[in-house]
Design a protein around this ligand. Structure first.
Ligand code: FES
Length: 149
């Protein structure tokens, strides 16, 4: 269990230090700012859609290690997926974060996103982990900003 915890920590630290897809997307088709009023952090998500497919996705902004790692992992996970698949991923991710602490997260189902499952123990940090996801949802709905409340 400790080895798994260490691995999860390492994944989060790596994505915080070297966030993937951390850049503006000049030819994006939609974007939105996600704002966490509790801490004042915000993350902007850019999406380039090609029909129903997420051809490219990126983010920018300021946030804690959890929010930045989550945004980075989200972009890696969703690039190339369909909108329907992205919606399912978001639903599953939210469900994972609301599970009981003892619930065993399936690494095969969540991949590296499972590294954020430890956030369940710290309810205030759930807003950090979902910040970029809410921004993505807003962008896909045609809204330019959203908050985690
Ligand atoms: Fe601000 Fe985590 S403390 S997003």
């Amino acid at each position: 269990m400790n080895e798994l915890f260490d691995l999860y920590q390492e994944i989060i630290l790596d994505h915080n230090r070297r966030p993937r897809n951390f850049r503006p997307l000049e030819d994006h088709t939609c974007s939105a700012d996600g704002y966490n009023p509790i801490c004042g952090d915000s993350i902007k998500v850019f999406v380039k859609l090609e029909g129903e497919n997420i051809e490219d996705i990126s983010f920018q902004g300021e946030g804690c290690a959890i929010s930045k790692a989550s945004a980075s992992l989200m972009t890696v996970d969703l690039k190339g997926k369909t909108l329907a698949e992205a919606q399912e991923e978001f639903k599953s991710f939210l469900a994972m974060l609301s599970e009981d602490e003892d619930f065993e997260v399936d690494f095969l189902e969540f991949g590296d996103l499972a590294s954020l499952s430890g956030v369940r123990r710290f309810p205030a940090r759930i807003k950090c982990a979902t910040l970029a996801w809410h921004a993505l949802e807003a962008a896909l709905q045609g809204n330019e900003q959203t908050t985690t409340e």
